[in-house]
Design a binder for this molecule. Structure first.
Ligand SMILES: [Zn+2]
Length: 79
């Protein structure tokens, strides 16, 4: 039988618990960032009326739903 002191056992459990929590947080944060980046990729701002809209088509020049002008696709700057 392996003899492990109670404090060592508690420490190991605590470390495992903390590691699990940290990994869960890390994965959720990573997922959130990926979702945000994907959402930003389709976000456009009209150069004429400054209306922000989403365009998920592959059109090179998406049309603004408010004023109908064509907009150039731009890369959103990283903050
Ligand atoms: Zn517009």
């Amino acid at each position: 039988m392996i003899r492990v002191s109670l404090s060592a056992l508690v420490t190991v459990y605590l470390l495992l618990f903390l590691a699990a929590v940290f990994l869960l947080w890390l994965s959720s944060e990573w997922n959130r960032r990926r979702r945000e980046r994907r959402a930003l990729r389709y976000r456009l701002r009209c150069v004429i009326c400054a209306f922000e809209f989403e365009d998920r088509t592959d059109a090179l020049l998406p049309r603004c739903p408010r004023c109908g002008s064509l907009n150039e696709r731009f890369k959103p700057e990283q903050i």
